[in-house]
Write a protein that binds this ligand. Structure first.
Ligand SMILES: [Zn+2]
Length: 101
C-alpha cells in the first residue's frame, strides 16, 4: 500500500503563521503543503481523498484505505465541532453507500 505521510513537522518552527482553513474555518498552522492552498491538515487530506475517489472510484479508494482514513478524519473534525455534513457534504455523500432503491 503506497501511502505517503504528510504529517511531518514544519521546518520553520515557531515562526509559522496561523491562518483559517477555507473549508472548515478552523484556525490552523501550516505544517507542510496544505498551507499553500489554505487548508488545514484534515481538509488537505480529505481533499486528496475526494480527488482519489473521483479519479479511481470508491471501491479502489476503499481498497487503498482512503475510505477508512476519510471516515476517521471526518469523525475527528466532527469531534472538534466542525459541521462536516455541511463543509464536506460532497465527500460525506460519496462515502455513504448508495443502496439500490
Ligand atoms: Zn479544514
Amino acid at each position: 500500500m503506497a501511502r505517503v505521510s504528510r504529517f511531518q513537522k514544519s521546518r520553520f518552527g515557531h515562526t509559522t503563521p496561523t491562518y483559517r482553513c477555507r473549508v472548515c474555518k478552523r484556525l490552523t498552522r501550516n505544517t507542510g503543503d496544505e498551507g499553500g492552498v489554505t487548508l488545514c491538515l484534515h481538509c488537505w487530506e480529505l481533499a486528496g481523498i475526494e480527488n482519489t475517489i473521483s479519479d479511481n472510484g470508491l471501491e479502489l479508494a476503499r481498497e487503498w484505505g482512503y475510505v477508512e482514513t476519510a471516515t476517521r478524519l471526518l469523525k475527528e473534525l466532527r469531534a472538534k465541532g466542525i459541521d462536516v455534513d455541511t463543509v464536506w457534504a460532497s465527500l460525506v455523500a460519496e462515502l455513504t453507500p448508495k443502496e439500490a432503491v
